[in-house]
Design a protein around this ligand. Sequence first.
Ligand code: AMP
Length: 215
Amino acid sequence: MNIIILGSPASGKGTQAERLSKALNLYHLQTGSLARKLAETDARLKEIINSGELIPEEEMSMYVINFITTEIPSFSNILFEGFPRFVSQYTALESFLRTKGDDIDAVISLEVSEEEAVKRISSRRMCSKCGATYNLLTNPPKGDNCDVCGGNLIQRADDNEKSVKVRFENYEANTKELIDFIDKKGKLIRINGERPIDNILNDILTTLKQRHVTA
Ligand code: AMP
């Protein structure tokens, strides 16, 4: 089973992806953290990411497919977060998985307004060690450090109002076409992201069951 979770910056997709991957025993492939890892040794990627822009779509597909090939030999049971963002990335992933006898089973679109996203962004924190994400308002850590590994919690370099606006506009512009494309395939599940975290997770799990994606 392979599932994609889509959502604008600060839609809560990171939090839901973490919980969903645990609940369904899926590998959580977060392309934002993959990109940040690659950027540690690539100044061009670092500049793109910190400005809030996207890595060229085909280049990012190549990074993701390389990562799956080297790190996830089963080519299955993956929860994709942050990828695909374009129709070209969806079709590249679908073609790749099909050559391995697998497929994309469902796509969750977590929906929040731009106003809500900008409000949430200033209280977002990320673990500098393991990448776990928190929100001081909606999903706070138990103490001052990361609940998972004890690492320092930091604010992402691209979590500022200017960058969030660029990322939100990019998301709206690019992902609308992708969402329509997936909807036509009958694989889209729209979820209201402006509710308590547990309600959203339950809603996703129930819908996946109803659609026979999970048992
Ligand atoms: P995210 O954590 O998903 O907001 O991603 C952080 C940054 O990583 C983005 O602003 C992009 O620069 C890069 N990135 C992540 N996923 C993709 C993708 N599917 N296509 C292009 N760039 C991406």
